[in-house]
Write a protein that binds this ligand. Structure first.
Ligand code: EZ4
Ligand code: CO
Length: 435
């Protein structure tokens, strides 16, 4: 008789221990708990509602071991294909089911995926600075902390604040960087205002995303010089990465990739808007700088041309935003047949649960490339207790059963949701620009 275990309950937990996280918690009839990350930065409550209203009721009574069948039931059953909210919600179910299967069979998820293909995962940390000097302080800090690879982002002369550059660090300190800024909800205009009465304009303004500025010509002039400086300082060995964050046109990206070649970037990330697969053809014709794309993509179909035409070198999708371990595994197998490797997204908005899922998958696949790693704030550890850890400069998911992570739901209740948004970007004349 095959082993079977039923899903007995499904709960969605929204908590904000330093930043917002949405977690799906499934419990089987045998009392086994599985967790799945459902955090979609800046749109958290959309996924929470989608799960609560439309998915949790479909899960109760279903076979918790039928991971592929549940995936197909949710993906094909919804009819409306793909989409960040849908694929993040499906992902959380998938993660929780892998977690349950591992816990029930008493093995870590990476064993279920074929076993470890390496001792641990090469990972990169983040360094940024408003100036090249401030950036170098951060680069030295990361190297001193033991990171073997570093992503470098730098301010652009003439621009006051750009995305991906956090406040400057002092030598010997860590950093505390959060992509989404918390916003104060707009207060009511007067004590007996009707619920639908608009708040005063000044208050509404504070409850909106930050607006940042962009100047492509200044960036393209400045960045190659900074790459040269950092490369000269760190020497030839350290892998350096850079995130363009969708801001360039194909010909601009081609120019930057070419200019970066002497400095041996490990990758140039999201050099054009990620959804434009054909744009990468032009970039590819002009540069040998390796290309990474995909943190905002969510399905194998978004990668169809990128992979089959070998237009990229690294797949940036994380488990959380790409339909779970089940679906990302398929994307990465497709990538493997084309010489393309993983580079899973791992910012703080991928929760510790999502990070654990990334690490189990990364340890098991053959075509692992690199893992992004940004430390969560210490308050996150009041809610989540992961077993992933650093071993000799490499990340390892640990050998606990399942995803190897537990969640204290009482502690989660002490950190209520706080609205937070990713920023918006504008050119000097006010035009909205990709960021
Ligand atoms: O913009 O995590 O490579 N990392 C990034 C991140 C993403 C945020 C989005 O939620 O680009 O900073
Ligand atoms: Co990115």
């Amino acid at each position: 008789m095959p082993r079977r275990t039923m899903i007995a309950s499904a709960e969605v937990i929204v908590t904000s221990p330093g930043r917002n996280f949405v977690t799906l918690r499934l419990t089987t009839a045998d009392g086994v708990v599985g967790l799945g990350d459902a955090t979609l930065n800046g749109r958290e409550l959309a996924v929470a509602a989608y799960l609560r209203e439309h998915i949790c009721p479909l899960l109760v009574g279903r076979d918790a071991f039928a991971i592929e069948d549940v995936w197909q039931y949710l993906y094909r059953g919804v009819y409306w294909r793909r989409g960040a909210v849908n694929m993040t919600a499906i992902s959380s179910v998938d993660q929780a089911l892998w977690d349950i299967k591992g816990r029930t069979l008493d093995v870590p998820v990476y064993e279920l995926l074929g076993g470890a293909s390496r001792r641990g995962l090469r990972a990169y940390g983040h360094a940024s600075g408003s100036t090249p000097e401030a950036l170098m302080v951060a680069v030295r800090n990361r190297l001193a902390e033991g990171y073997l690879s570093v992503r470098i982002q730098v301010g652009v002369p003439g621009l006051s604040k750009i995305y991906g550059v956090h406040s400057d660090e002092q030598p010997g300190t860590g950093y505390d960087y959060e992509p989404a800024e918390r916003v104060v909800p707009a207060a009511r205009s007067h004590p007996d205002a009707r619920p639908d009465e608009p708040a005063p304009v000044e208050q509404i303004a504070t409850a909106r995303p930050l607006e940042e500025e962009w100047d492509t010509r200044a960036y393209l002039r400045h960045l190659p010089e900074v790459l040269a400086t950092v490369r000269a300082e760190v020497g030839p060995e350290v892998p350096l990465l850079h995130d363009v964050h969708h801001r360039l046109t194909p010909i601009e990206a081609a120019r930057l990739g070419k200019a970066a070649e002497p400095y041996d970037l490990f990758w140039m990330e999201d050099c054009v808007p990620a959804e434009d697969q054909a744009a990468l053809r032009l970039v590819r014709q002009h540069t040998t700088t390796p290309l990474a794309i995909g943190e905002v993509l969510n399905s194998v179909w978004d990668y169809q041309h990128l992979i089959s035409e070998r237009l990229i070198d690294y797949v940036r999708s994380s488990v959380t935003h790409t339909g779970g371990i089940t679906h990302l595994r398929k994307i990465l197998d497709f990538a493997d047949w084309h010489g393309i490797r993983s580079g899973m997204h791992g910012p703080t908005d991928v929760s510790p649960v999502g990070m654990a899922a990334n690490l189990h998958l990364g340890l098991a696949i053959h075509n692992f490339g690199i893992q992004e790693f940004m430390p969560h704030l210490p308050t996150a550890w009041e809610v989540f207790t992961p077993s992933y850890r650093w071993v000799d400069g490499l990340l390892h998911p640990g050998d606990e059963p399942g995803l190897g992570i537990t969640m204290d739901t009482d502690a989660a209740g002490r950190f209520p949701y706080e609205p937070a948004y990713l920023p918006v970007n504008r050119l000097a004349d006010g035009t909205v620009h990709d960021w």
